[in-house]
Ligand binder design. Sequence first.
Ligand SMILES: Cc1cc2nc3c(=O)[nH]c(=O)nc-3n(C[C@H](O)[C@H](O)[C@H](O)COP(=O)(O)O)c2cc1C
Length: 205
Amino acid sequence: MTNVAVIYYSSTGNVHTMAVAAAKAAEKAGAEVRLRKVAELAPQAVIETNPAWAAHAEATRDVEVASTDDLVWADVVLIGTPTRFGAAASQIKQFIDTTGGIWAEGKLVNKVASGFTSTSTAHGGQESTLLALNNTFYHWGAIIVAPGYADPVQFAGANGNPYGASSVSANQAGNVHEENLAAVEFQARRCVEIAAALKKGFAAV
Ligand SMILES: Cc1cc2nc3c(=O)[nH]c(=O)nc-3n(C[C@H](O)[C@H](O)[C@H](O)COP(=O)(O)O)c2cc1C
């Protein structure tokens, strides 16, 4: 059994929708899956300035919050974040910054890792966000499994990002194109497949 942790942050539901699709696809591929949001850092007063943000926070209040134990448990770590000025959301960064202890113990080595994102605009920083996430994965000693163009879904009109599934929301809540969902499903399946092969390979050496 391959363990998959889908860990995400989402203010207005786009990345959440992608995370749920990734989790379901990994489960369908035979993995055991933990879907976890990272802790919110924004003050409630700020959240309430945006009705979509407040509504999404309320709708997902029962989603379990990610811990470093989820990373230790996982064979595959899929991290989803909206773009914030071309980089990951601070909520995701804060979670990443709690991994120093398990990193020092070597507990992140050889995890299969992959990122997905959502931006408002097509050239709003999807690649810079995903490449910045990859920098963390390198430091963990993880094995980055990007979708590449390894499936025809990557050539669908709304897709095309080989670094990780990416949606363009136009700042609309929960506005993920079905082709983006197919892309993140493929990405999750690919990670499960590669992690299972790695496990077998390591067991054989
Ligand atoms: C502070 C802030 C910074 C943002 N920076 C960018 C950006 O650099 N480029 C972009 O295209 N969208 C940017 N966005 C928009 C979000 O990334 C976009 O709406 C995304 O789809 C939200 O995902 P979510 O619904 O999962 O929260 C920004 C939003 C906020 C609140």
